[in-house]
Design a protein around this ligand. Structure first.
Ligand code: CA
Length: 335
């Protein structure tokens, strides 16, 4: 890890009690603004000692469930209702979130692939470095809210790394069960985006990190927002940050195996799906076919599942290219 310091500055005092709102300033010198900065909103609500929790969304800018709910909580949470601290950054990759895009339009960066980042890199890399080396050391817990974005939709679930350390895994699962989403997707250490994701950053920072896949399709629904808000409040209550009663809902703990559980198109055309979210499928089952309106006489190209499981995620746009993920599965796991 680099010893170089972040150039992102914080307008508010994270150590101060009370509610403080302002911006993270990411220096951004461009043609229209020589001495300008990107203004990334941040809210700190602190009351004495107690667990400190970092809540983030907009890591991928086109994933809106977390952005809507954290925006609401940023307004509603008051210091007098809190023991400890909640730090909210609702547009974590700010340029991506401002543009409603998965990746940043100013540097093409995918924030959840570039941790631990680079303090001297482009904005997305600077943000990753700032989160891992400045924000995470200030907190005990990190919850980063994702969804399927523009191209995928999920059965709502929390997402976590299946870390090797049993004590850490138990703490992660405690939060997962407190959140109470319908599913939890456990990614084995070797398969979660290498080490470039925010959950790996949390692990390196020595804090408990949980993420989520709360819906997607570039939209929000009352149902997914209700699961998201209830889940975040439940976690805060479970930790004792809020004094609300935990609204318990069962969570199906599942594992995801990248090799066996992801189904991809190998042809460019229109994908005709043959299964739906929630279906149980077996290895070799037909996931769908790619059809070719530009060669309507051509035989459709089948896509088969490569493992057994439950369909928990599907592609949204019908148009596919070779290499696009059309489904992913998960399977029950006993811990
Ligand atoms: Ca995501």
């Amino acid at each position: 890890m680099s010893n170089r310091r972040s150039k992102i500055s914080i307008e508010i005092d994270l150590a101060a009690n009370g509610k403080h709102t302002g911006y993270l300033r990411l220096p951004h010198s461009v043609h229209r603004s020589a001495y300008g900065f990107l203004a990334m909103p941040i809210v700190s609500i602190r009351n004495g000692t107690g667990p400190r929790v970092l809540l983030t969304s907009g890591n991928h800018g086109d994933e809106y469930e977390g952005q809507v709910v954290l925006t609401k909580l940023a307004r509603m949470l008051a210091p007098e209702n809190i023991s400890g601290q909640v730090i909210i950054v609702p547009m974590l990759n700010f340029p991506a979130a401002a543009a409603g895009m998965r990746t940043s339009p100013i540097d093409d960066g995918n924030l959840n692939r570039v941790f631990p980042g680079d303090p001297d890199g482009r904005p997305t890399w600077m943000i990753a470095h700032f989160v891992e080396t400045v924000l995470m050391p200030e907190v005990d817990y990190s919850m980063d809210l994702h969804s399927g974005g523009s191209s995928l939709i999920y059965v709502p679930g929390t997402l976590a790394r299946r870390v090797d350390d049993k004590k850490t895994l138990d703490k992660i699962l405690e939060l997962v069960r407190a959140f109470g989403a319908p599913n939890c997707y456990l990614m084995s250490g070797g398969t979660e985006l290498g080490t470039g994701g925010i959950l790996s950053a949390a692990e390196r920072a020595g804090i408990i990190g949980v993420s989520a896949e709360l819906g997607g399709a570039g939209m929000v629904t009352p149902a997914t927002l209700a699961i998201t808000e209830r889940g975040v409040r439940n976690v805060l209550s479970h930790l004792g940050v809020l004094a609300e009663k935990v609204d318990a809902h069962p969570t199906r703990i599942m594992q995801v195996d990248r090799a066996a559980h992801y189904a991809y198109a190998y042809d460019s055309g229109l994908f005709e799906p043959r299964v739906e979210l929630g279906d149980n499928v077996r290895k070799g089952d037909l996931a769908g076919v790619v059809v070719f309106p530009d060669e309507p006489w051509r035989e459709p190209a089948p896509v088969h599942f490569r493992g057994d499981g439950v369909v928990v995620c599907k592609r949204v746009p019908a148009r596919v290219e070779r290499g696009d993920c059309v489904y992913h599965l998960a399977s029950d796991v006993k811990l």
